[in-house]
Design a protein around this ligand. Structure first.
Ligand code: BGC
Length: 335
């Protein structure tokens, strides 16, 4: 008898997660339509270590107007907060820096663009999460409060490309805590949940994101890295140049990755958005354009939104010296 009761208790216990899952399944709404379809990263501006401009780009209102005119609906603003906030409680954000972010956010609203406010290059988090998770939570408490009454064109992104000690599991748990905190002040705002493994597809497919009808999942697609980052000075080790892309096998691999992303979208019940993709500026332009177009069309044909990295620096679509678009990249993105 005792063993029957024990057995029943064990069966009940093992059913509990299944019942929970079924409940969660029932409360899922139909897949939401993401507000982000065509987006540009205003990269290497506010994500530089100290001063906007030191990495070659300062955000200009006129650039955002240009993007809007060309048909982009969103800009992603990579922001390095970690060097512009206190290192001990209450971890206060530098007021002057926040005012600059506010100015760019205001421009987006006036121009009619969505803007993604993210947390970029928080390397200390991936190195010492035991200390920095708390600091990131305090950062999001401040941002969530600060933008609580902002219109819905302001979109949050919890964390960019965690790696190392920020494992897939740890990142999923952190996303849940951050989302819970953000939701206290921002019940309906779109929130993009950052992805571990440097934001790659594997980090997404292996994650267990909290379900939320106003959350968006993301990954970054620079695959194959040996092609997109050949010769890029910041990739360690620097990859050999001369790598070409476009064989039947290359195209099939890209399609297979995009299909995996699409199936993750269906499995998790939240839209997937490719928050970064692009090719290093030194790669021959026809090759850059070929890959960029294939990605963009592959994403659009699957109904997934995208964000090109970046506007005007190392993987550029626009040349700041001539003040003109790179026509091949512009066409690959928009035509
Ligand atoms: C990084 C950039 C880099 C880009 C392409 C981004 O996530 O923040 O610094 O240029 O990836 O490698």
């Amino acid at each position: 008898m005792r063993s029957i009761i024990l057995g029943l208790a064990m069966v009940a216990a093992s059913c509990a997660p299944a019942i929970e899952d079924a409940k969660a399944e029932q409360t899922r709404l139909p897949l939401a339509t993401s507000p982000i379809q065509r987006c540009m990263n205003l990269g290497n501006a506010l994500d530089s270590p100290r001063k906007e401009g030191e990495w070659g780009y300062t955000v200009r209102r006129s650039d955002m107007e240009l993007l809007k005119d060309e048909g982009f609906d969103t800009v992603r603003l990579p922001i390095r907060w970690s060097t512009r906030m206190g290192s001990a409680p209450p971890y206060a954000i530098d007021a002057g820096f926040l005012a600059r972010v506010d100015e760019i956010v205001r421009w987006a609203g006036e121009i009619g663009l969505n803007i993604i406010v993210n947390v970029h290059h928080y390397e200390e988090l991936s190195e010492r999460p035991d200390i920095h998770e708390r600091r990131l939570e305090a950062l999001w408490d401040q941002l969530a409060h600060h933008y609580a009454t902002a219109p819905k064109f302001v979109i949050f992104e919890t964390i960019n490309e965690p790696y190392g000690a920020m494992t897939v599991k740890r990142t999923s748990a952190l996303n849940k805590r951050l989302l819970d905190r953000i939701r206290q002040d921002n019940p309906d705002r779109w929130v993009i949940l950052g992805t571990a493994n440097w934001g790659n597809l594997d980090g997404l497919t292996k994650s267990s994101p909290p379900y939320d009808p106003r959350a968006i999942l993301t990954y970054h697609d620079y695959s194959p890295f040996e092609f997109t980052h050949q010769g890029a000075f910041w990739a360690e080790p620097v990859r050999p140049t001369g790598v070409r892309w476009g064989s039947r096998k290359d195209i099939a691999n890209m399609a297979s990755d995009l299909d995996k992303a699409l199936s993750a979208q269906n499995r998790f019940g939240m839209p997937v958005f490719v928050g970064e993709f692009g090719v290093y500026e030194e790669v021959p332009i026809a090759q850059r354009a070929l890959w960029t177009r294939a990605m963009r069309e592959g994403l659009e044909s699957r109904g997934m939104g995208w964000c090109h990295w970046d506007f005007a620096t190392t993987l550029k679509a626009y040349d700041l010296i001539t003040e003109t678009w790179l026509p091949e990249i512009k066409a690959a993105l928009l035509e």
